[in-house]
Design a protein around this ligand. Structure first.
Ligand SMILES: Nc1ncnc2c1ncn2[C@@H]1O[C@H](COP(=O)(O)OP(=O)(O)OP(=O)(O)O)[C@@H](O)[C@H]1O
Length: 495
């Protein structure tokens, strides 16, 4: 007789509890695999298109078999060189320290020299243990991803990202003019026309982040850097978020935000964000620029960044941010009650268009300018006279005076806290893959495939020209050949 079936264990088993850290790790691994797969797919397609184009052009140029073989070899050689240089591991020993220019939440930023290229860069160093402890793994990835993906003049250029046992590093171009916060501390108030320049550039910069499908979420004067030409770029993408996850709240602990008391608790955590600013700005980790909907449970969109731009405009022309308080939790409450708090002082003597733009940015998300696209912001009368298409080629209101390319006079001074290089014993350790930060390494591909193709084709055209004129004269002259193909130039004439 059949025995009554005992219920399967699995049927009664409870869902396993997964810790936030494990979830973050799993998500990072998932993102890593997805990224690898799509990169491979993209590369295969590019490869095919690349070679199709070359073959087509060689036929058009009527190249002989030998010529075609030479061109292929030349391209393959360059591509191999490019891949070799990409694989070579970057480490802290590739850099030489110069000065510390910033200290952020998880580490410091230094001006460094890249030993082999001589390039002067800004190196941001972040403590891994701290990042893990504060559940920042996703944020670190976001920053690295945005910087690596962005290839536009409004976003600080990432040159390398790498890691060692204790730290993550981002080596970026060095913007010598300092940050906008330093400018505001020095100048106190900016004339409205100068503010117009910076706000217009910020609009274009934020637009470029949104075009990448990200929300910056941490637009504040400290994250607006000024280059040697006086034009701005955005940095610090640690809180950046893909904008399709719009109902996700800003910080994982804010997901459960139930009331203002929780907001207070959250802000106390942010006070870990020690910054060494002038007295007026000595409050650490200020929430001054965060839009109210970010604190709520209803989700938000990219327009949170336009709120921040509005707050910065207020600060530039009035002299202090609208929700300022010594106590960050009070700033949070002021933001949540912005309707009763926001007041533009008469004494600031602002133009009607300036006040109007502030009010149209610092307002409910539904009414906010920019919620129907950036064009409605650009069309606001505050920006009259702005040449949006040629902004970066206009003259900036302030051009930093610099003695050399590592001049750091536009930054505060910071004391050395720990040595730049890790201790001797950890140098020899073979870096074990850190599962928390897989795929963090990045190198800017200086000569990418497209550049190789273009230069190969240009060379081809030049060769062909010389080739036909030399043939006509029947006396090939090596002197007229492009350098890179010179060694094999006899081969070119072998048929
Ligand atoms: N590429 C750069 N060029 C010049 N200065 C830079 C660069 N990157 C960062 N800095 C300086 O270092 C400071 C801190 O950098 P960043 O904001 O990226 O660090 P963080 O740890 O995320 O800081 P925060 O706590 O303010 O979020 C900046 O305010 C700026 O003054």
């Amino acid at each position: 007789m059949d025995q009554p079936r005992t219920p399967k264990r699995a049927e009664t088993r409870e869902e396993p509890q997964i810790s936030a850290a494990a979830r973050e790790k799993a998500e990072a691994a998932k993102a890593f695999i997805a990224e690898k797969y799509s990169k491979k797919k993209r590369e295969d397609t590019e490869n095919r298109e690349y070679w199709d184009e070359i073959n087509k052009r060689m036929v058009e140029l009527n190249l002989s078999e030998t010529e075609q073989r030479m061109v292929r070899e030349e391209i393959m050689h360059k591509e191999a060189e490019r891949l070799r240089s990409l694989r070579a591991r970057t480490s802290i020993f590739d850099f030489e320290p110069i000065t510390i220019i910033g200290r952020g939440a998880f580490g410091e930023v230094r001006v460094v020299r890249h030993k082999s290229s001589g390039e002067i860069l800004a190196l941001k160093k972040m403590n891994k243990t701290e990042m893990i402890r504060k559940n920042q793994i996703q944020h670190v990835r976001a920053e690295r991803n945005v910087l690596a993906k962005a290839n536009n003049p409004w976003i600080v250029e990432l040159k390398y990202s790498f890691q060692d046992e204790k730290y993550l590093y981002l080596a970026m171009e060095y913007l010598q003019g300092g940050d906008l916060m330093t400018v505001l501390i020095k100048r106190d108030i900016l004339p409205q026309d100068e503010a117009k320049f910076y706000i217009a550039e910020m609009v274009l910069a934020v637009e470029s982040v949104h075009k990448l499908n990200y929300i910056h979420r941490d637009i504040k004067p400290d994250n607006v850097l000024i280059g040697r030409d006086g034009h701005i770029k955005l940095s610090d993408f640690g809180l950046c978020k893909l904008s399709d996850i719009q109902t996700d709240n800003l910080y994982s602990n804010l997901n459960k935000l139930e009331d203002e008391a929780k907001a207070k608790q959250y802000m106390e955590r942010r006070t870990d964000y020690k910054r060494n600013r002038a007295l007026a700005y000595s409050t650490v980790g200020t929430p001054d620029y965060i839009a109210p909907e970010v604190f709520g449970r209803g989700g938000y969109t990219e327009t949170v960044d336009w709120w921040s731009v509005g707050v910065i405009l207020f600060e530039m022309v009035v002299g202090y941010p609208p929700f300022f308080s010594d106590e960050p939790s009070i700033t949070c409450q002021k933001i949540l009650h912005w309707r009763n708090i926001l007041s533009i002082p008469r004494e600031a003597n602002l133009r009607h268009s300036t006040c109007d733009l502030i009010r149209k940015l610092v307002c409910d998300a539904g009414d906010r300018l920019g919620s129907h696209g950036v064009e409605e912001i650009k069309a606001h009368p505050f920006f009259n006279g702005i040449d949006w298409e040629n902004m970066r080629s206009t003259r900036a209101p302030w051009i930093p005076e610099l003695r050399n390319d590592y001049d750091s006079s536009n930054f505060d001074n910071f004391d050395e806290v720990e040595p730049f290089y890790p201790p001797q014993e950890s140098r020899k350790k073979k870096g074990k893959k850190d599962s928390n930060f897989i795929n963090y390494t990045y190198k800017k591909e200086d000569e990418d495939r497209a550049a190789i193709l273009i230069s190969a084709l240009n060379e081809l055209e030049a060769i062909k020209k010389t080739h036909s004129s030399s043939r006509q004269e029947n006396s090939p002259s090596q002197g007229s050949y492009p350098k890179k193909l010179m060694l094999s130039s006899q081969e070119l004439y072998s048929d």
